[in-house]
Design a protein around this ligand. Structure first.
Ligand SMILES: N[C@@H](CCC(=O)N[C@@H](CS)C(=O)NCC(=O)O)C(=O)O
Length: 200
């Protein structure tokens, strides 16, 4: 049995999306008790004391995007987890791109513009993250030119992992105007039934 730890206010929402996408059966532990992330029992699953974590039988996993690759590989059918090794490698490339290139800037903007209390926000920091995100959005926009999705026609784990990260730029007030391919693709990704179900 799979258990996903963490609420939709955390990056566990990404993993819920992946689990819904593949139709896996899973339980949810929202970790709602204060201090729940730092209990010795939970720290055995994720020694970082952070959400999300996932258990699948005796397999303990953390890192949201790695959890999603596991879900896609083990429970997804092609094309969601691509059938050929070149496309599987591309899914991993885009996942690492999301984690290292897009996420620090998109989440940085969100933290400085939305998450922090107004008197603690740093507009200069937010603007710096925004400037850094622009060339990365241009890379993503070019990759999506003339294609419905990153690997071609089909929606794959590459799209889910990148969209789950890049979506943070929208509430952070990033202007998608110059990136119409990203805008169109992100709207399509977040209109999928599995995305909607994962938010309920
Ligand atoms: N890179 C990790 C980040 C995990 C993370 O920072 N989780 C946040 C919530 S989204 C958390 O648990 N924060 C609470 C804390 O650090 O105590 C992942 O993608 O899973």
């Amino acid at each position: 049995m799979i258990t996903l730890y963490g609420s939709n206010r955390s990056r566990a929402s990404r993993c819920a999306w992946a689990l819904e996408e593949v139709g896996a059966k899973y339980e949810r532990n929202m970790m709602a008790e204060p201090g729940a992330l730092k209990t010795p029992d939970f720290m055995k699953i994720n020694p970082n004391g952070k959400a999300p974590a996932m258990t699948d039988g005796d397999v303990n996993l953390f890192e949201s995007l790695a959890i999603n690759l596991y879900v896609a590989k083990n429970y997804g059918k092609a094309p969601f987890w691509p059938a050929n090794k070149a496309d599987q490698a591309k899914a991993e490339v885009w996942t690492l791109w999301a984690a290292t290139e897009a996420e620090p800037r998109a989440i940085g903007m969100l933290v400085e513009r939305v998450f922090k209390p107004e008197d603690k926000r740093d507009p200069a920091k937010a603007a710096a993250f925004e400037e850094e995100l622009k060339p990365r959005m241009a890379v993503l926009n070019d990759a999506l030119a003339g294609k419905d999705n990153l690997l071609g026609k089909d929606f794959t784990i590459a799209d889910l992992n990148v969209a789950a990260v890049v979506a943070a730029a929208v509430p952070a007030k990033f202007d998608m105007g110059p990136y119409p391919n990203v805008d169109r693709w992100l709207k399509a990704a977040t209109s999928r039934p599995a995305f909607t179900k994962s938010r309920q």
